[in-house]
Design a protein around this ligand. Structure first.
Ligand code: F0G
Length: 352
């Protein structure tokens, strides 16, 4: 048994530029593909969850960051900068520290989940809150890195990020022995849907798989520019990770949808929260709200007949539920403590 070597080592010959790199790695990737029994029963499909919260910093961003940070190091960058709704900042902070680079993150004021902020602080990022939303932060990050080339931009507009993230599609096809019929994932800035489509397309082009999945991209209803066909000026959703109104990879996301015969759809916050609770309570996978958008979209698409029963479906759950404890505890009031007494426990459990 050889331990998992990290994704650059695992897929080196498929990652542009990785030839002789010594990777900046936290041994990301190699995440579980978990059969989702309850969702399979509900949909009549064979549903799997690609559990990206199992990455070192708890989200899929680590796949992109190992490649982007290794590239930044070889390019001789002195520092890296990103805009972030939280996960990118935690991941950038971790990998920059490994690479020995300074890391600064631009975050929308008051709109990032507590766990992500805690990670960015602990991992040593210079945190700059911006009086604006994610789209404003990204525009700022682009301007600063254009002016100061010694600072690398590590958002998904950096092609190295997409090269890393596409490996999730390879892992899925490797695990299933085929590509799924449908791939569902949440869409914010649209880097990840771009990356998955590239990964599936490369395996298909090389004859490793015989089909490519239909891509179903799910946005939050209050932040659904790709569904509406126009940018959203003031995006709003409880799923703060995907609170984005002007996705940078717009054209690539549309291409993925069209070339795959896929679709974009919106999930309301209520649908997202219902899916969030269902995935935890029925599939034993605790994800963050944005990740649950994919499950909400899957259930709605199936209910509307967009998907037939019997298909193999993979749903990417992008981030760990521990990132956002506040949403998990919404509506849980103060809990009364009981006496140190077995009878009291039995009474609580309605055994006595
Ligand atoms: N799910 C989670 C948990 C995310 O953090 C993100 C993006 C997405 C889905 C959407 O992926 O942007 O590639 O379409 N988070 C970014 C961040 C924006 O800053 O952490 P996308």
């Amino acid at each position: 048994h050889t331990p998992w070597p990290g994704l650059i080592a695992a897929y080196r010959d498929r990652i542009a530029g990785a030839g002789d790199w010594e990777p900046v790695t936290l041994f990301e990737g190699g995440t579980p593909l978990v059969p989702a029994h309850h969702l399979s029963e509900l949909t009549g499909c064979e549903v799997y969850l690609k559990v990206e919260g199992a990455n070192p910093t708890g989200s899929f961003k680590d796949r992109g960051m190992t490649v982007a940070m290794t590239d930044a190091k070889y390019q001789g960058k002195k520092a890296v900068l990103c805009a972030s709704t939280g996960n990118t900042s935690a991941s950038a902070a971790a990998y920059a520290t490994r690479a020995g680079l300074r890391c600064a993150v631009l975050i929308p004021q008051g709109k990032i989940a507590m766990g992500k902020l805690a990670q960015a602080v602990m991992l040593g990022a210079e945190i700059i809150q911006v009086d604006g939303n994610f789209d404003d932060c990204l525009e700022l990050a682009r301007k600063v890195t254009a002016e100061f080339p010694e600072v690398g931009l590590v958002n998904s507009v950096n092609p190295a990020r997409i090269e890393g993230q596409k490996t999730a599609a390879f892992e899925i096809a490797d695990a299933l022995g085929k590509a799924p019929d449908v791939h569902v994932l949440p869409v914010g800035n649209a880097g990840n849907i771009t990356a998955y489509w590239r990964g599936y397309s490369e395996y298909y082009a090389d004859g490793i798989t015989t089909v490519r999945p239909r891509m179903l991209g799910v946005q939050a209803a209050g932040a659904a520019p790709l569904v509406n066909g126009a940018p959203v000026k003031n995006p709003e959703t409880i799923a703060t990770a995907i609170r984005i109104g002007a996705p940078a990879s717009w054209n690539q996301a549309v291409a993925a949808k069209e070339e795959s015969g896929g679709a974009f759809r919106a999930a309301t916050d209520d649908e997202i929260l219902a899916a969030y609770r269902l995935v935890a309570s029925k599939e034993s996978v605790f994800v963050e709200p944005a990740s649950a958008a994919s499950v909400a979209g899957l259930l709605a698409a199936r209910a509307e007949g967009w998907m037939e029963p019997g298909l193999t479906v993979v749903c990417t759950v992008t981030g760990n539920g521990l990132k956002d404890p506040d949403t998990a505890l919404l509506g849980i009031g103060e809990v009364q403590a009981i006496a140190v007494d077995p009878v009291a426990v039995a009474r609580e459990l309605e055994l006595a």
